[in-house]
Design a protein around this ligand. Structure first.
Ligand code: CBF
Length: 808
């Protein structure tokens, strides 16, 4: 198979020799006595070495060109496993395979030791990883900055159907993919007080200093020489923090107290914020990330530049959601207090440097911080934010004279019983561009959540529809499909130019191609069935329609609606009403935030329903339901290729974009969905006739709420729904009660339309030829959803950067 990637020129012999050398010199052992970890680490180093040369050449080209860089700041990165990716991107897949075989090592066994760095929660973190991949592939000079959490997103297990969280010690055996750079350590201050200098300048005297220690991982481009990096920061205490005299006195806890306090900063992703201390730790993390990143960015800027007025020409800082927004105050502090720039000049540089991506429409998801917490933790930053706000509100007052309500609406500081800093407002005020992540989302942001700002500065608002990496989510996840596509299109150029998938359209009319497409799907379902059996004991039928809902558990995403439909099918089958029933495997995957009580109940209900369905011999020929625990990028790579139906059923107006919808459509799953997030664009592109649409749209949701929504009316009107809700009441009375009396996400209002639409799905599945035709068209028309296109849009509309080609 020919893929447009960099071939290493390495022979299996070279590869094998280098692996043995790494075994000997890096692990201090030989093939005969090596453990599996020794072999895995040596393999990883051998692969990594293939990318180092490209990285060094990339750095040299960047140094010579002194280009404009994108610095991507994100609290989350869901990078996925590195071994398969780096083998592919270094062009060493085949020679590694042969070399391992010649050495008597099992590739699969070593592959299983490659741990996924789960440094994120969900869509936002995976998007960050896809964008880094696409930037490197498009030769865009870029660095990703994040936190090197000791523990990634928790590992999920089910006990009695309930989610139990276990720590994810992802570097327990070491991480062969990273380079430590302790010389680039940065100091990060917290607490303390400020002192007057001249004019608006003040000196911050922190009460505590923590060190940030970076390590970086390589981010190779596909089919190009460029290798960028992602730099992750770990909190360290200074060596003086260890209290020797306490230790000598046997006070071991006290001796390491300061070390523990400092290092807790990078301990876990999103510490529980239900306590005062948890909230403080989160804000500490945010400040830690942005301070380390900014100091590193300035260090890099100074390698080739000296004039601050060129800073924004050379540096774009993309804020991935509100978590890194403190960077705006920190850059102002550095420029004004440390570098002595006057306020206006510093503000102009800052505004031109930052761009902000908003990933939500839910007001409760827009972060705010108590002013008092910030005053204690970051006193100088709070002063700066107050001054930014003061000057901003003067601008608002000039524009809307006498309109106090407007001032209150737009102010960065929310007044009330407790004053709070609105991070999204700070982000919009301090950035040159703001974007939503799908057309509908961007439109709604400007019309609702950030309405006042969009009126004030319409030119600042953009849309950049999300995208996904075709390398990770087709080539690596679904090699069979990738091979079939490559065969049809002639070469693998589509992997970096996904619009070429449109050339598959005629193949949808070719019976032989359809047969092979179906064969690929079936084999992928067999793989999924095998893994499902191994992990859960549930037997799936590889011929059944594979109906998939994979995403974080959240009420607005409406996993509950999915469960209600399963119960509907269950009742129908039990009654023998099987005319509209086709055999289905219902597959769930997703984690709930540890403190999210309702989401966890819904999850437990799903597991309970699965138990009942799977245990009923009258039902199981038609219906199987499985909840695959510990959903992560690797699990996604297993499930997505097998999927026939993609469940995208959030309440319209709630999902910013969604990206599993794109991954699934790209792999030939048909979507059943509402007009929400990027579903709208998927439907526009794949064609309404190849998409199962149901449910209220945003205008209808608003109208229904306006009229006064009474979920109970639906219950009383619809006998089948009544039966289902009554059954749910038997399993979880609280959930059923909430559905009947509150139903915040209009589940009952959309129930009938959803069930009827699922009946249409079943009828369509009965015609395999037509289903396959639609499946091929979904893939052929999803080229737009490549992260490469997303990056090109950012480059054109927001970043204004051009690629730097690195010689081979
Ligand atoms: O834009 C990426 C994704 O971000 C979220 O996951 C988020 O964390 N806010 C949204 O919920 C998704 O809709 C979106 O696709």
């Amino acid at each position: 198979m020919t893929y447009a990637t960099t071939h290493s020129g390495t022979t299996p012999g070279d590869f094998g020799r280098e692996l043995l050398s790494n075994l000997y010199y890096q692990r201090g052992t030989t093939l005969e006595s090596a453990s599996a970890q020794d072999a895995y680490h040596s393999l990883a180093l051998t692969v990594r070495n293939r990318l180092v040369d490209r990285y060094i050449r990339t750095a040299a080209a960047h140094y010579q060109e002194n280009p404009r860089f994108i610095y991507y700041l994100s609290a989350e990165y869901m990078l996925g496993r590195q071994l398969d990716q780096n083998l592919l991107y270094s062009g060493t897949q085949e020679c590694a395979h042969s070399a391992l075989a010649a050495l008597g090592l099992s590739g699969d066994e070593l592959d299983a030791l490659d741990v996924e760095p789960g440094l994120g929660n969900g869509g936002l973190g995976r998007l960050a990883a896809c964008l880094l991949d696409a930037m490197a592939t498009q030769d865009i000079p870029a660095v990703g900055y994040g936190i090197r959490y000791d523990y990634g997103i928790f590992q999920q297990e089910f006990q009695d159907g309930a989610q139990v969280e276990h720590p994810d010690d992802w570097t327990f055996y070491g991480n062969p993919w990273e380079f430590h750079a302790s010389d680039d350590q940065q100091k990060v201050g917290f607490y303390g007080h400020t002192e007057a200098l001249d004019g608006v300048r003040r000196k911050w005297v922190p009460g505590e200093i923590v060190l940030g220690e970076p390590s970086h991982m390589l981010v190779p481009g596909y089919g190009t020489t460029t290798v960028n990096i992602i730099r992750l920061w770990k909190a360290r205490a200074s060596p003086q923090s260890f209290n020797l005299s306490h230790f000598g006195a046997g006070q071991y806890g006290e001796a390491v107290e300061e070390i523990v306090r400092s290092e807790n900063i990078s301990k876990v992703l999103y510490p529980d914020d239900s306590t005062e201390l948890g909230r403080e730790l989160r804000l500490k993390q945010q400040h830690f990330l942005v301070t380390c990143a900014l100091r590193d960015i300035v260090r890099r800027f100074r390698l080739c530049n000296s004039d601050w007025d060129h800073f924004a020409d050379k540096v774009v800082i993309q804020l991935n959601d509100t978590h890194p927004v403190m960077a705006i105050a920190e850059l102002m502090r550095m420029l004004v207090d440390e570098e002595g720039l006057d306020w206006d000049r510093a503000w102009s540089i800052t505004r031109r440097t930052f761009a902000y991506t908003c990933h939500t429409l839910l007001p409760e998801a827009l972060e705010t911080w108590p002013v008092e917490l910030m005053r204690r933790l970051l006193p100088r930053h709070l002063e700066i934010i107050f001054l930014i706000n003061h000057l901003f509100l003067q601008e608002v007052a000039d524009r809307y004279p006498g309109d106090d309500a407007k001032l209150r609406e737009l102010s960065i500081i929310a007044e009330g019983a407790e004053q709070r800093v609105r991070m999204a407002h700070l982000a919009v005020v301090g950035s040159s561009a703001v974007n939503g992540v799908a057309e509908l989302h961007s439109r709604l942001l400007a019309a609702t959540t950030l309405h006042g700002f969009a009126n004030l500065w319409p030119g600042r608002f953009h849309n950049v529809t999300n995208g996904v990496s075709p390398r990770r989510f087709v080539r690596l996840a679904n090699p069979r499909l990738a091979e079939l596509i490559t065969e049809r299109l002639g070469d693998g150029g589509w992997l970096t130019d996904l619009d070429q998938l449109s050339r598959l359209e005629p193949a949808a009319a070719d019976p032989e191609f359809r047969r092979r497409w179906r064969e690929v799907k079936r084999l992928n379902r067999e793989d999924l069935a095998e893994q499902t059996l191994a992990t859960t004991g549930v037997v799936l039928d590889p011929d059944a329609l594979c109906d998939v809902m994979i995403k974080r558990f959240h009420e607005y995403k409406r996993q509950l609606l999915r469960v209600l439909h399963v119960v509907t099918l269950y009742h129908r089958i039990r009654r023998g009403e099987v005319a509209d029933v086709v055999p289905r495997s219902i597959v769930f995957g997703g984690k709930a935030a540890p403190g999210y009580y309702v989401a966890k109940r819904i999850m437990k209900l799903a597991n309970r329903v699965a138990e009942v369905v799977n245990a009923d011999p009258a039902v199981s020929p038609y219906l199987k339901m499985v909840f695959l625990p510990d959903y992560n990028v690797s699990r996604a790579q297993l499930i997505i290729p097998a999927a026939d139906l993609s469940e995208q059923i959030s309440l319209a107006g709630k999902e910013a974009s969604g990206t599993s919808n794109m991954k699934l459509a790209l792999n030939g799953a048909l979507t059943i969905g509402t007009l929400d997030g990027a579903n709208v664009e998927i439907r526009d592109r794949v064609g309404g006739e190849n998409f199962f649409l149901f449910g209220l749209d945003t205008a209808e949701v608003a109208a229904l709420r306006g009229r006064g929504y009474r979920p109970r009316d639906h219950y009383e009107r619809d006998a089948e729904l009544r039966e289902v809700v009554d059954a749910v009441a038997g399993w979880d009375g609280e959930l059923a009660d909430d559905l009947m009396h509150r139903d915040e996400y209009l589940t009952l209002a959309d129930f009938r339309a959803y069930v009827d639409c699922q009946d249409r799905v079943a009828r369509a599945w009965r015609d395999p030829e037509d289903w396959t035709r639609m499946s091929i068209l979904n893939t052929a028309r999803s080229g737009f959803f490549s992260a490469d296109r997303t990056v090109r849009d950012y480059c054109r509309d927001i970043w204004h950067v051009t690629p730097v080609y690195v010689p081979r």
